[in-house]
Design a protein around this ligand. Structure first.
Ligand SMILES: [Zn+2]
Length: 286
């Protein structure tokens, strides 16, 4: 047993919900975390298995999850895990930070994976102007290619938007958005939320909505209609308060969901049920 101190489980939810975005492969150490990624290292030191992650999540009412790919090996792995576990669904894509890897051959395999029945999303794709690991030209080309894959496969488009709100919205409008668009770990303010509502895009809220200094996110939550809301961990990253700095996992969803419910003035169980219904509208029938 590892001695890593993991967050204690929150009180179980009164109704089932799911995690719309996590990275099981990073959590279980399928890919060795780099020394520059201490949270992933801590998650891997805890030596969780996919089964233990699912069990722990179920014990608090988080009965399903979507595990998201960020490059070709991770997309392959997540698609395979989704096939093996009935409560796990996958997203496949080349992350904007890896956009230089989006060659025609790689994108063809992403598209083939996206057609699998347990793969329910093309993502995470989008634009990341916080990091310059890939050029803007490569990011835009890769994002547009993923939009087309989502349209051809009929799967939800899961977007990573970091400090790139205007360009993400512009590319979607210019390229023509697929039927279902999800802004993963929504990071905009009320004005950005209003633009997403206008376009009918879903907003998936994560741990940062619980952070003291993130009033702008709670203003976005207040504005977002429940029908367009999802909840996620982005585990092992972005743990909710009071677990900042520790590895995140799907069993911590109740903390974020309760914060969302408080902002909306809704009973948490009611919100969980509504978000579960949104999940089927976004990702297809479970
Ligand atoms: Zn992610």
């Amino acid at each position: 047993m590892s001695t890593t101190k993991l967050p204690v489980p929150p009180e179980p939810l009164a109704a089932e919900v799911f995690d719309s975005h996590c990275h099981l492969d990073i959590m279980v150490g399928n890919r060795q975390a780099s020394s520059g990624d201490p949270v992933a290292q801590a998650a891997q030191a805890a030596q969780a298995s996919v089964e233990s992650i699912l069990d722990q999540a179920r014990s608090v009412g988080v009965t399903r999850l979507v595990t998201i790919g960020y490059d070709l090996p991770s997309s392959r792995w997540n698609a395979e895990v989704a096939e093996l576990h009935p409560d796990v669904y996958a997203g496949v894509a080349i992350h904007p930070n890896e956009a230089h890897a989006s060659t025609p051959e790689v994108l063809a395999e992403i598209e083939a994976l996206a057609r699998l029945p347990h793969v329910r999303a093309v993502g995470e794709t989008g634009l990341d102007y916080y990091r310059d690991w890939a050029s803007k030209d490569d990011q835009h080309a890769s994002f547009r290619a993923h939009i087309e894959i989502a349209k051809r496969t009929g799967k939800a488009l899961v977007i990573h938007d970091r400090e790139a709100h205007d360009d993400v919205l512009d590319v979607l409008a210019d390229q023509g958005a697929p039927d279902v668009v999800v802004f993963h770990s929504f990071s905009g303010d009320a004005e950005m939320a209003a633009r997403c509502v206008q376009a009918g895009y879903h907003m998936s809220f994560s741990g940062p909505v619980t952070y003291k200094n993130a009033g702008y996110l709670r203003e976005a939550v207040a504005l977002a209609p429940v029908e367009l809301m999802l909840v996620e961990t982005d585990a092992p990253y972005l743990p909710p308060t009071p677990h900042r700095g520790k590895p995140n996992a799907p069993y911590l969803i109740p903390l974020t969901l309760r914060c969302l419910a408080e902002v909306k003035g809704i009973d948490p169980g009611e919100l969980a049920t509504a978000i579960s219904a949104n999940g089927e509208a976004v990702f297809g029938t479970w």
